[in-house]
Design a protein around this ligand. Structure first.
Ligand code: 3PG
Length: 220
């Protein structure tokens, strides 16, 4: 559960974003009203770092609406694939960014904006590129498809100074396997926000899933 107090205008580092809870929910939500109820439900379940993917026409509007309506949560933009998106997300109120990969352009934009970024990597060369751009906290994506726990164990040798947030194919069933690794701080996943729960406006279910995700920490 949330056990660290930050001021409402705290500027988070990527590490702090990762350390806040065992899971960062990866959210794709189409309607602004649903987004607010969903954010409140996650917060009630003890999850406040939310990754809203830039995959729907209203994603920026959603980031802005949650930021304004639910001050206790920290909204980040996911699926950031260009510097323009990093800028637009910042203007909408995003306080961190997650990208499926990394380009020089995005790295520069996020540095210039002061926007903490979790860049996606799946191979050793990509880890090395990310580190050469100054990033040591990385999203391992797509985690299960790219080699899962064994790949991260192999990364631990050469990349002893890197911490990962594996995302992609992770669920309550396999999250503990990843969270048990020394080089993993948290995982990302969309399972906390099932599309059906949004459709049914089953906010209690989302709160329960968030609480369940928080309990993963106990098994560390
Ligand atoms: C994504 O960017 O789609 C994330 O990796 C979420 O993956 P998941 O739906 O498998 O959790």
């Amino acid at each position: 559960m949330i056990n660290k107090n930050y001021s409402l205008d705290h500027r988070f580092t990527a590490l702090e974003v990762m350390q806040d809870a065992p899971v960062i929910p990866v959210i794709t939500v189409r309607e602004v009203d649903d987004a607010i109820s969903m954010a409140q439900a996650l917060l009630k379940g003890g999850i406040r770092m939310l990754e809203v993917t830039l995959r729907t026409p209203k994603a920026l509007e959603v980031i802005k609406a949650i930021t304004e309506a639910v001050p206790g949560v920290v909204v980040g933009a996911g699926t950031v694939r260009s510097s323009d998106q990093a800028l637009a997300a910042t203007h909408a109120g995003a306080r961190f960014a997650v990208s499926p990969g990394l380009t020089v352009d995005i790295a520069r934009a996020c540095r210039d904006l002061g926007l903490p970024l979790l860049p996606g990597v799946a191979t050793p060369s990509e880890v090395m590129f990310a580190q050469s751009e100054g990033f040591n906290e990385l999203k391992f994506f797509p985690a299960v498809q790219a080699g899962g726990v064994k790949m991260l164990q192999a990364f631990a040798g050469p990349f002893f100074d890197v911490k990962f947030c594996p995302t992609g194919g992770i669920s309550l069933a396999n999250a503990k396997d990843f969270l048990g690794l020394d080089n993993v701080i948290c995982v990302g996943g969309s399972w906390l926000v099932p599309p059906k729960a949004i459709e049914d406006k089953d906010w209690d279910l989302i709160t329960r899933l968030a609480k369940e995700a928080n309990e993963l920490k106990l098994g560390e």
